[in-house]
Ligand binder design. Sequence first.
Ligand code: ZN
Length: 476
Amino acid sequence: MLNIGGPRRTLYEYASERNPKVRKISRDEAPHDSTADSSLNLDRWADLESRLDVVREVNACRICGSKDLLRYMDLGMMPLANSFADSAEAARQMRRFPMQVQFCKDCSLSQLTVVIDPEKMFSNYAYRSSINKAYVKHCREMAKSVGELLRLGESDLVVDIAGNDGALLAEFKNELGVSVVNVDPARNLAEIAESHGVPTICEFWGPDVAAKVVEDHGRPRLITATNVFAHVDDMHVFVSAAQDCLHESGALMLEFPYCVDFIEQREFDTIYFEHLSYVLLEPLRRLVESLGMQIFDVQKQDIHGGTVRVFIARQGTHEVQSSVADLIAREKQDGYHDVSIYESWNRDTENLIGDLVRNLADLKKGGAKIAAFAASAKGNTLLNACRLDASTIDYIVDDTPEKIGKFSPGNGIPIVDRDILASDAPDYLLILSWNFAREIIKVTADYGKRGGKYIIPIPSFRIIEAGDEANNGGVR
Ligand SMILES: [Zn+2]
């Protein structure tokens, strides 16, 4: 509605008076129902929110401090991806924040335009690493390979930053016999980690915790931080605290989703508020060199839709592998240090979202019943970016006990136990955790055998049947 000083009128009435060609369309006809709101005045919004101490606006790059930032993606106002509600109504009425990504023209770091108070997001975290069997396998292989690379033995200490429920450290302990310390602020997860014999400091990583580790446990030969670096607001403090803490021959190993895969595979669903940065190797190199450290090795990994594993140490302590310069050169050559690739990505992503919505609406019109798997952070971004709710997706199947019986943030879709696939099966199962599609198809084999079909949403809408995935290179 628009009030222009006279009687209240709809925007359509006002617009059609000025231009008789303006045509009313229903929601179904729209190419897609975007939540993007270009009218949002971010400065005023952030002023208001910052008084509540929940949010800060990012108007300077977190790595190089440049203010030359270009906003290239806007998914609209979104709820926090990992906060599950007790009722559908409460889920729909959740507080929302602007979800936008900007590119630093100086160091090429992609980053969100706002930072939400981490206390709000991480003090009770619903994601549990050890639930995900593919991730546990990844951890075991990591322990073996990194243990060999750094020649870790029984006298060594390994610290894991944001080690969740201790899944990774349990593997290091079992495979290498090293001592371990987990640092994670989520109280619910710290208890689980402790019960698995992984000592846990229940705090956010920083200089104080680093000093405490040294005092109580000694200096670690290895500090790992997997899938946490992109969540960190002050990356300088994060890396320098690790530097203060490390043994003189020690290494910091970061593993984070790689920005090249994010763009190449159109992984817009990995945008969520925990995920503050979308990292290339080049900005990371600038950061660590400014602190007197260097990247000495980098390895690409397939997990989580494409991640990189980066090894960092004090300058001159480890031989630098050619992999580092090679990957930075490739980033540059492929255009990732230049803004135009991000602008065209925005258009492609808008089209992808439109396709997903149209294809699901068509299936629904044909009378199909559609469910989703699983209620992950990326799943919630995809559902909310596509404006999907319980009128399209009947329920979301998930294996995390804490999520069952809750409702998905923003859209109010109920989250249920996997048994429902036997008692009230859908015709299509939309695989939201498409990066673990192979695993999900395996664990829902009974559903597949009875003729249930699967939908893979990214990098493009595809319907597959059980058995197809063996012949389909696109399924991970
Ligand atoms: Zn920058």
